[in-house]
Ligand binder design. Structure first.
Ligand SMILES: CC(C)(COP(=O)(O)OP(=O)(O)OC[C@H]1O[C@@H](n2cnc3c(N)ncnc32)[C@H](O)[C@@H]1OP(=O)(O)O)[C@@H](O)C(=O)NCCC(=O)NCCS
Length: 419
């Protein structure tokens, strides 16, 4: 049972709190609690103390919470300002006393006041965040590809359409990666921005003692007219059978592509590397095309299918007006929000030319929790499914089908990154 502990002070940290805050963070994430000077210096270089919360009991930090500014791409490509939440921990001695609830209330109120349209996070465990109005808005999948089974022609020697693939160095990736990723994420609903630090961490400029850096391979795809349109980071293990047969696995750290041709070429490349018998795809969109690039799609076995980016809508009007709609129609939604941040009745009038969402007193057609609106918002979930689950209620027969016709998208949203 949650018991309130008013004597525990929940507040933004100061620079002086960072070492203690890092210790609490490591403790909550079951990492060795000791904090190296380099870790303190690294954290101090990017955290915003005003948006970094700690809970303090008799002066000792016993809970951590951090948020930062993020851009989240909506359906149609418009980015909205998001309050990205990370580093959430409560020390095991202080769990289930309402500390997360207090930190979350503090942060979401500030995000709403700041004008963020949504809050986002990647949930460690499914049951934690629904109570705060978050719903899983994107999903992710991983595949293990059994190369000998794919049926791919092993004589492949590179793209046949005039494109080319080259191995590049980390310094090249820092030059070409950010611009390519900007193109990719602006066309990918559910994607978030990557800052300079992301590229530094992922190319070995910045590495912390607790996660030693091993340089991966990087390969770039250029189209026939020489434009960089795909990039992959992967590593390979060293595994041979007793009979001297190579049984190596290539594991993709990340793969981004601005065109289907580039994406297909990079997967084809990974599936053609001598010695590699298995490709682990890493986190992909759940409707990734990879299996269908293979003559035998069953050679790609789904090993993970899970919720990924959780969204908490803070501003229903801006969230629904920021995205695009392929269909045309109107819908009156009653959004229930126990925290009082985004609830109300809204009339959505949508068409391929644009949308308006306005508070209304008209009769509600569909009643749903703000967390379930988040599941529908990026087009991934079906209101008909949620109605069958008893999570949305039709006040007008057929309203869930109308919601699906307006909100669902032909491709699923995807967030390529963890934060
Ligand atoms: C998850 C965690 C932050 C929760 O913190 P906490 O301070 O114990 O949470 P609260 O006391 O505010 O809990 C509020 C409610 O959520 C429930 N809850 C919290 N964590 C939960 C979990 N992991 N699973 C199921 N329910 C959970 C509580 O039971 C409580 O329910 P109630 O109001 O019905 O009594 C903490 O357990 C933790 O640090 N876990 C390990 C690290 C982790 O998973 N961090 C999240 C990273 S995304």
């Amino acid at each position: 049972m949650t018991r309130p502990e008013p004597h525990i002070d929940v507040r933004p940290i100061t620079e002086a709190d960072i070492p203690d805050w890092c210790r609490a963070l490591n403790t909550g994430f079951l990492r060795t609690p000791g904090v190296a000077e380099t870790e303190i210096a690294d954290r101090a270089s990017y955290i915003v103390p005003a948006r970094t919360l700690g809970a303090f009991d008799a002066g000792r930090c016993v809970a951590t919470f951090r948020s930062f500014a993020q851009e989240l791409t909506t359906v149609g490509g418009t980015p909205v300002p998001a309050d990205a939440i990370s580093n959430v921990t409560v020390t095991p001695t202080h769990r289930r006393r309402g500390l997360l609830t207090r930190m979350m209330a503090h942060d979401l109120t500030a995000a709403k006041d700041r004008g963020d349209v949504v809050a986002t996070l990647i949930a460690a465990e499914y049951p934690i965040y629904g109570r705060y109005g978050f719903g899983p808005a994107t999903w992710t999948a991983q595949w293990t590809v059994d190369i000998p089974r794919t049926g791919l022609d092993s004589r492949w020697s590179g793209p046949e359409d005039g494109g080319r693939i080259d191995i590049v160095d980390p310094a090249d990736v820092r030059k070409i990666g950010p611009e390519l990723y900007e193109r990719v994420r602006r066309a990918q609903p559910g994607a978030i921005d990557r800052d300079e630090r992301w590229w530094q961490v992922n190319t070995g400029v910045l590495h912390l003692d607790r996660s030693p850096w091993t340089e991966p391979f990087f390969a770039v795809h250029r189209s026939a007219d020489g434009e960089v349109d795909g990039l992959v980071s992967y590593k390979a293990d060293d595994h041979w059978s007793d009979t001297k047969q190579p049984l190596n696995t290539a594991t993709v750290n990340w793969l981004i592509a601005a065109t289907p041709d580039a994406e297909r070429a990079l997967w084809r490349y990974l599936c053609s590397i001598d010695w590699i018998k298995t490709v682990q795809t890493g986190w992909r969109a759940p409707d990734d095309l990879l299996p269908h690039y293979l003559p035998d799609p069953r050679a790609a076995r789904v090993t993970t299918l899970a919720d990924w980016l959780w969204v908490r809508i803070l501003d229903v009007v801006r969230a629904l007006e920021a995205r695009t709609y392929d269909g045309q129609g109107t819908l009156v939604l009653e959004v229930v929000d126990g925290a009082g941040l985004a609830g109300g009745r809204y009339r959505l009038e949508a068409s391929p030319d644009g949308a308006s969402c306005t508070p209304t007193t008209a009769t509600a057609e569909l009643v749903l929790d703000v967390a379930d609106l988040a599941r529908l918002w990026l087009g991934d979930e079906s209101a008909v499914r949620l109605a069958a689950l008893g999570l949305v209620r039709e006040e007008r027969a057929g309203a869930a089908r109308v919601a699906d016709a307006l909100l669902r998208t032909s491709r699923r949203p995807w967030c390529p990154d963890m934060f």
